[in-house]
Design a protein around this ligand. Structure first.
Ligand code: XMP
Ligand code: MG
Length: 184
């Protein structure tokens, strides 16, 4: 799928496929350095992190384990409340493991901060976060994100795993939506 397939739906492309790929090259190199010779378990947060997980994991220079979790944050409208429910838990036992949470986007940071303390309570050796995108509000929370792809403006974005009403996840780039999409 490319831009021409959804041209009328998009306002602008924020990050191209090439930009995302180049940044992931850098982050993968960093992760390889930081975890050299160590066990690593990547935890992807469904569904948004599917793309970044697949692209990041393939760039790593050593074998890692991958597991998935699905959570939903209750809240009014598009803002998360920090009250999180586990829809699908991990298969892996985290005891003594080095865990790296892989996320698509951090907005308020409430979901991640909940997830962080939840996973930390399971006896891992370490828990760190890699997020492809981060919005300005997230920078104000005390969630310590070890690897960040891009800081982006405070706009709703789609593509590269991110959806609007479950659509646009399969765009290979990150874009903002045209106003008419929201109003139908
Ligand atoms: P918080 O605010 O807890 O929420 O950091 C993070 C989750 O909210 C969703 N989210 C978005 N989804 N475009 C999306 O498609 C966006 O611009 C956006 N901002 C936040 C997302 O599910 C993320 O995990
Ligand atoms: Mg979503």
């Amino acid at each position: 799928m490319d831009e021409s397939d959804v041209a009328g739906d998009l306002e602008s492309v924020l990050l191209s496929e090439e930009q995302l790929g180049r940044r992931l090259d850098e982050i993968a190199e960093q992760i390889d350095r930081d975890y050299a010779g160590q066990d690593l378990l990547l935890v992807g947060v469904l569904k948004g992190a599917v793309m970044v997980m697949a692209d990041l994991a393939r760039r790593l220079g050593h074998p890692v384990e991958m597991d998935w979790m699905a959570v939903s944050s209750y809240g009014s409208g598009t803002k998360s409340s920090g009250v999180v429910r586990i829809l699908k838990d991990l298969d892996a036992d985290l005891t003594g493991r080095n865990v790296l949470i892989v996320e698509d986007i951090i907005d308020s940071g409430l979901t991640l901060s909940w997830l962080l303390s939840n996973l930390r309570s399971r006896g891992p050796a370490s828990v760190e976060i890699a997020a492809m995108l981060r919005k300005p509000d997230a920078a104000k929370t005390d969630v310590d994100v070890r690897y960040v792809g891009f800081d982006i403006p405070n706009e709703f974005v789609v593509g590269y795993g991110l959806d609007y009403a479950e659509k646009y996840r399969n765009l290979p780039f990150v874009a903002t939506l045209a106003a008419h999409v929201y109003s139908v």
